[in-house]
Design a protein around this ligand. Structure first.
Ligand code: GDP
Length: 227
């Protein structure tokens, strides 16, 4: 079967209806406030809201996606401030959902001890956070899943932390190329027990798939019990 390229959610039966899209729009139209930056595990804020973490290798397009989702540049600006790039940054979306921006991995120029420090911080957070509802694993549509993404997926599998693939920069592929990429990734995900079956294809540049991803996150916010 070939992917339905008209849908930005694959398989397309996971696409949300108009009501869910509107709920997503409303959630992301509200306030989005920087709450805390945690350079160490003991600096993590109290978990009072359901959380969704954004992870991916550096340069995957995480800042651009966060900007596109929230319709503002505050998030990426805060997260990219020198000193904040290697910490976990927490943003409250209308006091309903916490967006957690994790440090990008695979940054070749960083010193080894720094990489070890923030890998450990991410591990402690991802394994131990009671309020974490899902981790979005961002993957560049042109490149697909790479060995560099394996340690994170393995850790999430082992910790039973639900994760969901979000392709970035989908505008860089032809519809056919994107359909093939989605199928390849869906097959690879079958061996990951913690992987959510639906993949989102997004473009921060063109806005493709942004409304659908907002709807997915709004559903998580409303389905969650208070922490
Ligand atoms: P980060 O390091 O993961 O935060 O990545 P950035 O958001 O800074 O993006 C890295 C590069 O990819 C930048 O040059 C962006 O302009 C580019 N980029 C990000 N999102 C898109 C997209 O949707 N389409 C295209 N064509 N380029 C993008």
């Amino acid at each position: 079967m070939t992917a339905d390229v008209a849908s930005t959610v694959y398989p397309p039966e996971h696409a949300r209806d108009a009501q869910a899209i509107e709920a997503g729009r409303l959630l992301f139209a509200g306030a989005c406030d920087f709450v805390a930056g945690a350079p160490t595990a003991d600096a993590l804020p109290e978990d009072t809201l359901p959380e969704v973490a954004f992870a991916g290798r550096s340069n995957v397009g995480k800042s651009s996606l966060l900007n596109a989702l929230t319709g503002r540049t505050t998030l990426a600006r805060v997260s990219n401030t020198p000193g904040r790039t290697r910490q976990l940054n927490f943003f409250s979306l209308g006091q309903r959902l916490m967006l957690v921006d994790l440090p990008g991995y695979g940054y070749a120029e960083a010193p080894k001890h720094e990489i070890a420090r923030w890998s450990e911080l991410m591990r402690l957070y991802l394994k131990g956070r009671a309020s974490l509802r899902r981790t979005l694993l961002l993957v560049d549509a042109r490149h697909g899943l790479k060995p560099i993404d394996d340690p994170l997926m393995t850790m999430l599998d082992e910790s039973a932390v639900s994760f969901q693939l979000v392709l970035t920069k989908s505008d860089k592929l032809s519809p056919k190329g994107l359909a093939q990429r989605l199928e390849t990734i869906a097959t690879a995900l079958k061996s990951h027990v913690a992987a959510h079956p639906a993949i989102h294809a997004t473009s921060a540049q063109g806005g493709t798939g942004i409304a659908e991803l907002r709807a997915e996150l709004a559903a998580l916010a409303s389905a969650s019990q208070p922490c």
